[in-house]
Design a protein around this ligand. Structure first.
Ligand SMILES: *Cc1c(COP(=O)(O)O)cnc(C)c1O
Length: 325
């Protein structure tokens, strides 16, 4: 059965997280518009607290836990940004947090998590392995497992982005959203449609092991081997036991398009040069899709969610140098 989040749940989430997160403001991106028929805006969650939108879901989830659960602590698996967000919010609430991660998580993300005082467990070389370890610790030590995407409180928290977008741009025609496990696009899509039922919702993933895309095509959650990509935040499966996001994405999202490594790199360089924004690969896939002309019939008012900015500046400089050669 598909999870139906009500407008009230998104509004409650917005109230729960108001003290913890920034309401990011839309940025006009005239040079991104393919023609005079469309106006494009960025929703810059790369400027969000902890450098990604994941703090919205983490704050909403942790605020929902009762006293016993808070005392027992929480455990999660992360490709980096969710772990950082959970560690940050757990620190504010005085809740013990354990973050399980694979060796693919970039050091810049691991260091940030340790900085919040969370316990870091490095396990193997895949997101799925890290998740198995986190679930085992939850069982054995009585901690609450906090999914990065497949949880109604997480989805409602991410959906607050959709409320903010439509509040700032009521005539929204299309929203373009990065997709990995699907918590972000499920929340944003449902919240946007709640306020504006005709809006188009487009998902974007990298073409290297795009798990949600492959799952939609197969008609059920599938697992394939992860492949290294500039969009490291989008790596990992949606879980064969997926409860919520697969059905929500299937029912809500008009289309999921894919972008190449080259396109992602160009989008990261564009964001830096055009807007002075440090955008990580996973955060840049929506920009890459628009720049590559992958999204058709976007309508007049288009918002691209720029979901995160946790990448070393030197990495973007390298990409820029390569492009100039
Ligand atoms: C987690 C993440 C995503 C994808 O979110 P899902 O809810 O897993 O689809 C996109 N961009 C960034 C930067 C992320 O950290």
């Amino acid at each position: 059965m598909t999870l139906r989040l009500t407008g009230a749940q998104f509004k409650d989430a917005a109230v729960s997280i108001a003290e913890t997160v920034e309401k990011t403001r839309l940025i006009q991106a005239p040079s991104l518009s393919p023609d005079s028929r469309s106006s494009l805006w960025l929703k810059p969650e790369c400027l969000q607290v902890t450098g990604s939108f994941k703090i919205r879901g983490a704050a909403n989830k942790i605020a929902s836990l009762d006293r016993t659960a808070r005392e027992r602590g929480i455990v999660t698996a992360s490709s980096g940004n969710h772990g950082r967000a959970v560690a940050c919010v757990a620190g504010q609430f005085g809740v013990d947090a354990v973050i399980c991660m694979s060796t693919h998580v970039p050091p810049v993300k691991v260091d940030a998590i340790r900085g919040y005082g969370a316990r870091v467990v490095m396990t193997g070389d895949s997101y799925d392995g890290a998740e198995a370890e986190a679930l085992k610790m939850a069982r054995e030590e009585g901690m609450t497992f906090v999914s990065a995407f497949d949880d109604p409180h997480i989805i409602a928290g991410q959906g607050t982005i959709g409320l903010e977008i439509v509040r700032d741009l009521p005539d929204l025609d299309t929203v373009i959203v990065p997709v990995s496990g699907g918590g972000l696009i499920s929340g944003v899509g449902a919240a946007v449609r709640f306020l504006n039922p005709d809006a188009k919702v487009i998902g974007v993933s990298m073409d290297r092991a795009p798990m949600m895309h492959l799952s939609l095509r197969a008609g059920r959650p599938v697992e394939v081997a992860e492949e290294p990509t500039l969009a490291d935040a989008l790596m990992g499966s949606i879980g064969v036991e997926n409860q919520y996001t697969f059905a929500m994405v299937r029912d809500l999202v008009d289309e999921v398009v894919l972008v190449s490594e080259d396109q992602i790199g160009r989008a990261m360089v564009w964001a830096m040069r055009e807007h002075g924004l440090l955008v990580e690969g996973g955060g840049a896939v929506g920009l890459a899709a628009v720049m590559g002309g992958a999204v058709e019939n976007m309508g007049e008012n288009v918002v691209v969610v720029v979901s995160g900015g946790n990448v070393d500046r030197s990495r973007v400089d390298e990409l820029a140098t390569k492009e100039d050669e």
